[in-house]
Design a protein around this ligand. Structure first.
Ligand code: ADP
Length: 498
């Protein structure tokens, strides 16, 4: 499981101008090879001088050849083989050449054996070289992609990992990997999750995937992603092989992107709140007018020669209810204006829509638009950030209202429908405006795409990033001459009433 040795110790993300791994033999091994080679060569010379047999020098030639195949390049092996064959032939000739049938067959037997061993040594040399290169490529690729390999048998403490995995966990390459070492580096909050994965392995699950955090001794947090699948089953125990990737950098980039998008969403929310100022003022003004009227009535009931306390109490109740409505509207506006990180909870899309409609109600009336609302999502729940979804709905309704500004009043109908389709909760906002040209549709959600004179062109792109953050889809359609329809589909979490 442990690939060829590549022991560069660069930190994550660091790049060295040196090669990723070394594949040439070590200098000491090289020197030793030459010394032993010389000793064998001397042995050959001595034996050649002392004996007329070909067998003893041939064994030494073969030894020399195998050593060369083990230590040197293919060219050196060929050179050594040729020299050995020449020496064998030279010794044969020196000893009188062909003087008997026996000596000739002995010479040819040794030459054949030497040739056969040379052939086999070269084949194994080629195989070993290509194996070493493949291992080197694997180690290099692991180093570059910061992906290590890991192998474990379910229920066993000891495991194996590549050097890159050891680097990711920041253990010395010589350390024997174990499950306890992995657990020791796992963030305390993620330990239960990692344990669950080992439990899954014990049940021989087909694919194991895990994203978790590591807590390094110096307090640094790393994010890793592991995928493993079964390799074989021995004696009822499943052996898994997997890849382990350090995704800290991409995770940090993702987090930064989410933060930036959330800030941008906040800014655009403030922009749409500005556009809704008249609506909001009207929404707050209504209960204030009611408070003032109920206050007047209360005073009248109390000013009577015989104060009517029952009626006065009722007026006070109305004042309290109206004050509650006003503070509810202000609360919603404050929630929209507040800058906070997205918080997803199980919500009813219908309830979010109703709340949002009360904020844009005055705008709809002001544009002399007839809203037609059909709520059929009923108990369909979604996992959503309430404020962000309100922002999307407000943006789509404001766009629809603006699109119908040039249409005659009788045709200004805004259809708002919700429903559950398969495993999604779908919201449709359809207007009777001029519609969207088919060549414009693909770029509608691109940042800064606008056809309005004072438009920013970021509303729809923010809507898309919010809906994608919620794991949903947003799209638009515009059948010729029938206005535009915008759809949002969010994954259905449950159908239970809240
Ligand atoms: P902005 O409203 O600032 O232009 P948006 O991202 O909200 O930015 O909208 C981008 C563009 O999409 C608009 O300029 C308009 O051309 C088109 N669009 C959005 N909604 C509608 C709609 N209901 N009908 C027709 N066109 C629309």
């Amino acid at each position: 499981m442990r690939p060829a040795n590549g022991s560069w110790r660069n930190g994550p993300g660091q790049r060295s101008s040196r090669p990723l791994i070394g594949i040439s033999p070590k200098p000491l091994e090289n020197a030793l090879g030459w010394i032993v080679g010389l000793i064998v060569a001397c042995g050959i010379l001595v034996i050649n001088a002392e004996t007329h047999s070909h067998l003893a020098p041939t064994i030494l030639y073969i030894t020399l050849l195998l050593m060369a195949a083990n230590l040197f390049s293919i060219n050196v092996v060929i050179l050594v083989a040729v020299i050995c064959m020449l020496l064998l032939t030279f010794t044969f000739l020196l000893n009188g050449g062909y003087h008997s049938w026996e000596s000739a067959t002995g010479f040819f037997r040794c030459l054949t054996a030497l040739s056969a061993i040379t052939f086999l040594a070269m084949r194994s040399k080629y195989a070993a070289d290509s194996l070493r290169h493949n291992e080197a490529y694997l180690v290099g690729a692991q180093r570059l992609s910061q992906t290590g390999s890991i192998g474990f048998v379910a229920g066993r403490e000891a495991l194996s990992w590549s050097d890159e995995s050891a680097r990711i966990f920041e253990y010395p390459l010589s350390e024997q990997p174990t499950v306890s070492l992995i657990m020791a580096r796992t963030h305390p909050d993620d330990r239960a999750m990692v344990q669950q994965v080992f439990d899954k392995a014990a049940r021989h699950e087909r694919l194991i995937e895990l994203r978790h955090r590591l807590l390094m001794p110096d307090g640094r947090i790393k994010h890793v992603h592991m995928i493993a699948s079964p390799l074989s089953i021995h004696h009822g125990r499943c052996e898994y092989v997997g890849a382990l990737m350090d995704v800290t950098v991409s995770r940090q980039a993702e987090d930064a992107l989410v933060r930036t998008q959330s800030q941008l969403a906040h800014v655009t929310r403030l922009t749409s709140l500005g556009e809704l100022a008249a609506s909001i003022a009207h929404e707050v003004n209504q209960p204030l007018t009611a408070i003032s009227a109920s206050g007047e009535a209360c005073r009248k009931w109390l000013d009577r020669p015989e104060p009517c306390l029952g009626e006065a109490r009722q007026s006070i109740e109305r004042i309290i209810a109206s004050a509650g409505r006003a503070s509810e509207v202000i609360g919603r506006v404050r929630a929209l204006a507040r800058k906070c990180d997205p918080l997803r909870q199980v919500e009813s899309l219908d309830a979010i829509l109703c709340e949002t409609l009360s904020l844009v109600q005055h705008d709809i009336v002001h544009h002399r638009i007839t809203p037609k609302v059909e709520l059929a999502a009923l108990d369909g729940r979604v996992s959503a950030d309430r404020v962000q979804l309100q922002q999307v709905i407000i943006n789509l309704i404001i766009n629809a209202c603006q699109a119908m500004a040039a249409v005659e009043v009788q045709r200004r109908t805004l259809h708002i429908r919700t429903g559950v389709q398969g495993d999604e909760v779908v919201l449709e906002i359809a207007d009777q405006g001029p519609g969207i040209a088919s060549d414009v549709l693909p770029s509608l959600f691109n940042p800064f795409f606008t056809t309005k004179e004072n438009g920013l062109g970021i509303g729809l792109s923010i809507c898309r990033s919010i809906i994608e953050f919620h794991g949903g889809r947003i799209w638009a359609s515009s059948p010729a001459g029938q206005g535009a329809s915008f759809f949002i589909a969010l994954p259905l979490v449950s159908r239970d009433p809240l």
